[in-house]
Design a protein around this ligand. Structure first.
Ligand code: SF4
Ligand code: SF4
Length: 378
């Protein structure tokens, strides 16, 4: 069955508040029937990605504020949340510097898995991993609005609502020690039993980019020698992504990552009653890499607008279709790769993977739909 999605495009055609994008988002939210999603008088998680110190192109506070206001108007007590991506205390500071703080978004900003990223609930993951360590604030919240900045991703190809749910809904650190730490949660999804991050110092040119990228201070350069401290490493693979010489390598997990996203997203969604999760995809500032990276490159596609709906697969599939029709921006990474006209699969051109695989997989195992109908609003 085709899922109904609401859409407002990014263009401003009149110089009134109602015709501005924040005004158009207010209109869209009025039509989303959020009172059927939230539980009156109870917390509602507004799940977003806070970005990183150099990756500032997340969903802007002006939009987060409108969603918070709409959730409150629908009767919920909203809070804005994300899981710990770097040391928690630093991550809250990064969020504030990206404009995500209580004063700007109008609701408490909390770390879903606690200050140390260790507060989680073990949720069955269908045997795909020993368990999914779902962040306790997400597990315990009776409803959730998933606010996603859509962009590229090195392993997923496309990173949208499903990636936000899966990678962003689970803890990166687990209380268990040793190998267990790497077989579950975000590190487990990156490595999936295929090996570990390896360092070959002979190929290292001491550029220092991995030191800057590492959230755990696990890589260091001293006396012109590089070293990797495995006790600190949580296998996020950021160092691998920035190393241009091959000195740092992660296992090639190939298509397994797409399956991992689908299975973990399903586990996160299993903690909610049916109909209690709603999605808003922001197709703006579409940069080539994940917001975890130490920087945000210039957008690769013209802003498309905002989509809203209740099905994670329908909204992500529609997002991929709409972005495939957006114009590649001259001088940006996609254009540099020879993509000069709309059409094709922009994320596949960027990363060799389109991201449609994890969308289809979640639809198959989770009973969702990739089919959609769009109602375009003024
Ligand atoms: S994988 Fe690399 S960037 Fe991530 S924690 Fe380990 S050393 Fe640091
Ligand atoms: S990014 Fe690669 S080349 Fe640069 S310091 Fe790290 S390991 Fe060495």
């Amino acid at each position: 069955m085709a899922e109904k999605l609401l859409f407002t495009d990014a263009r401003v055609r009149k110089w009134t508040h109602a015709a501005s994008l924040p005004g158009k988002l207010e209109n869209l939210l009025d039509k989303c029937k959020l009172e059927r999603v939230v539980v009156k008088g109870e917390p509602c998680a507004i799940k977003m990605h806070f970005g990183s110190q150099g990756a500032f192109r997340t969903v802007r506070p002006a939009f987060v504020r409108r969603v918070v206001d709409a959730a409150r108007k629908a009767g919920a007590k909203p809070f804005v949340t994300d899981t710990v991506r770097i040391k928690g205390i630093d991550y809250l500071d990064v969020a504030a510097s990206n404009g995500i703080c209580e004063q700007s978004v109008g609701a408490p900003v909390v770390l879903a898995d606690g200050l140390f990223g260790k507060d989680y609930v073990k949720v069955d993951c269908g045997g795909y991993m020993p368990f999914a360590p779902v962040a306790s604030c997400i597990n315990d919240s009776p409803s959730m609005i998933v606010l996603t900045h859509c962009k590229g991703h090195v392993q997923a190809g496309y990173a949208g609502a499903i990636k936000n749910l899966a990678m962003g809904g689970v803890s990166a650190q687990n209380r268990e020690e040793g190998d267990m730490r790497k077989r579950v949660g975000r590190p487990g999804m990156h490595l999936l039993h295929h090996g570990d991050v390896e360092l070959n110092p002979e190929l290292c040119e001491l550029c220092g980019q991995c030191v800057d990228a590492c959230p755990m201070d696990a890589v260091s350069i001293k006396d012109e020698k590089i070293s990797l401290d495995r006790r600190k490493c949580w296998s996020c693979c950021r160092c691998v992504r920035v190393c241009r010489t091959g000195a740092l390598k992660g296992p090639d997990i190939g298509p397994a990552f797409q399956d991992a996203l689908a299975h973990v997203a399903k586990a996160v969604l299993s903690t909610f009653e049916k109909g209690r999760v709603f999605y808003l995809n922001f197709m703006m500032d579409v940069q080539p890499e994940c917001d975890c990276m130490p920087g945000a490159d210039v957008p690769v596609l013209a802003d498309a607008g905002i989509l809203a709906g209740a099905d994670p697969c329908a909204i992500d599939n529609a997002t991929c279709d709409l972005l495939a029709r957006s114009h590649p921006i001259p001088g940006a990474a996609l254009h540099e790769k020879g993509c000069r006209e709309p059409g094709g699969e922009p994320f596949e051109i960027l990363h060799g993977k389109s991201g449609r695989d994890h969308i289809k997989k979640l639809a198959e195992i989770g009973g969702f739909s990739v089919d959609y109908e769009i109602e375009a609003l003024e």
